[in-house]
Design a protein around this ligand. Structure first.
Ligand code: NDP
Ligand code: HSE
Length: 428
């Protein structure tokens, strides 16, 4: 038997605790699969003196993550702390020293993945991050390896468990946004600061990672158009239901020629759409490729154990590589695509207006759409005393034209309020 592969674990929270549990419970199998034991030699946390039910020797805990990373006997560093700094400094140091790195840190990869990839390439070290997108779902490895002979054209998915949990609860039980968020946090799905989830930052980071891998180009979080779900109301959800639809926070990355558009926003999708039935904290991602056609990946996208499954999968791969002297394929970012703004995306809108119920209002509203070159697909009107609610679904148009239409609607007298604006995916 080869000598143990020594592991430093940075972070022992929701994910780290499960990594430790799986390392212990599956020690024999992991040893057999790797060809050497996996030995945890240190665990860096913020509060090392805290009582933890992990079964780890309390002497392994330290608050000195950098000291742990710099130990000569450490072969692999697993980072499940999160955030940009100090995680970036630790991981750059680990890679510089030739250690294998496994991380779940999508925020860091989406902001400064290039620095990590460059450091890994320079040192000939492995950098694995399957857990950073869609939890347990094997998704990055297929994009990074299996689909390298094909041309990916579009990636559409639900990649944030917390917001999917919230929207599913609002849809199924009429729960309020706040109630559903509290439950998602208690279940360990939400980030330490749930703003990252509900404002779409977490999904945008994942979208950037998916687009980078899928399109062989460096896409950062700054290239991703982002809207969260905090503006989605119970009325929107009910209105979607009334149209045989539901609302999901989607990430959509599209390649057109030498350009890429990547966006995260709530969208109305028909209940017949395969993503509509993705409930709870589950994630699902469609990958469309020229030769492969449509591929769908589905599974648990958040939570300690599912995420730890992906971390352990990466750990086994890195440990095997260390034993054989191999290294996984480097980042492939040769395509150098230009990121285009949301205004150039061709999409559809569902617009809900509170209007005065009098002669000529419909014509005035229709005129605004026409002025911006936006064709109306359907109009529904429900009377409400002297007022009416107009629900308009458009045909496809550039997002900039749709946005300009809504901006003008907000200025005309007959429109008392633009109650909601949602993009539409699929055929309503
Ligand atoms: P937690 O907040 O539960 O855990 C964070 C851990 O990091 C804690 O153990 C904390 O120590 C430790 N830590 C924080 N700051 C420091 C520091 N300065 N030095 C040393 N240790 C520190 O986070 P999660 O486990 O939920 O997430 C970890 C990573 O995994 C993040 O990048 C997240 O985005 C990613 N991820 C999370 C998923 C999930 O479902 N939770 C899913 C996929 C990815 P202490 O215990 O003392 O507080
Ligand atoms: N907070 C994230 C989510 C964890 O809800 O999807 C998984 O990355």
């Amino acid at each position: 038997m080869a000598k143990p592969v020594k592991i430093a674990l940075l972070g022992c929270g929701t994910v780290g605790t499960e990594v430790v549990r799986l390392l212990g419970e599956q020690a024999a199998d992991l040893t057999a699969r790797v060809g050497a034991p996996l030995e945890l030699v240190g665990v860096a946390v913020r509060r090392p003196g805290r009582t933890r039910d992990t079964g780890i020797d309390p002497g392994l805990f330290t608050s000195d993550a950098m000291g742990l990373v710099q130990r000569d006997d450490v072969d692999v560093v697993i980072e499940v702390v999160g955030g940009i700094e100090p995680a970036r400094t630790w991981l750059l140091e680990a890679l510089k020293r030739g250690k294998g790195v496994v991380t779940a840190n999508k925020a860091l990869l989406a902001e400064d993945g290039a620095a990590l990839h460059d450091a890994a390439a320079e040192a000939g070290a492995d950098l694995f991050y399957e857990a950073s997108v869609a939890g347990a779902i094997p998704l990055l490895r297929p994009l990074r390896e299996s689909l390298h002979g094909d041309r990916v054209t579009r990636i559409t998915g639900i990649v944030n468990g917390t917001t999917n949990f919230i929207l599913s609860a609002m849809d199924a039980t009429g729960a309020s946004f706040t109630e559903a968020l509290e439950e998602a946090t208690a279940l360990g799905y939400a980030e330490a600061d749930p703003t990252a989830d509900v404002e779409g930052f977490d999904a945008a980071a994942k979208a950037a990672i998916l687009a980078s891998l899928g399109f062989h180009s460096r896409v950062t979080a700054a290239d991703v158009y982002r809207e969260g779900i905090t503006e989605v109301t119970a009325t929107d959800v009910a209105s979607a239901k009334g149209m045989g639809s539901t609302i999901k926070l989607l990430c959509i990355a599209e390649r057109t020629g030498d350009a890429v558009t990547v966006r995260v926003h709530p969208a109305m999708i028909p209940r017949t759409h395969p993503l509509a039935s993705v409930g709870d904290a589950f994630n699902a991602v469609f990958v469309e490729a020229e030769a492969a056609g449509q591929l769908m990946f589905y599974g648990r996208g958040a939570g300690g154990a599912p995420t730890a499954s992906a971390v352990l999968g990466d750990l086994v791969a890195v440990a095997r590589n260390r034993l054989s002297g191999a290294r996984a394929p480097s980042e492939s970012a040769y395509a150098k695509l230009t990121a285009r703004p949301i205004g150039e995306v061709i999409t559809r809108y569902h617009v809900c207006l509170d209007v005065a119920d009098r002669a000529g209002v419909l014509a005035t509203v229709a005129g605004v759409f026409a002025r911006h070159g936006v064709s109306i697909a359907t109009v529904n009107q429900a009377g409400r005393g002297n007022d009416a609610v107009l629900v308009i679904v458009t045909h496809k148009a550039p997002d900039a034209a749709l946005a300009a239409t809504v901006a003008e609607l907000r200025t005309i007298d007959a429109v008392k309020a633009v109650a909601s604006v949602l993009r539409v995916e699929g055929d309503l």
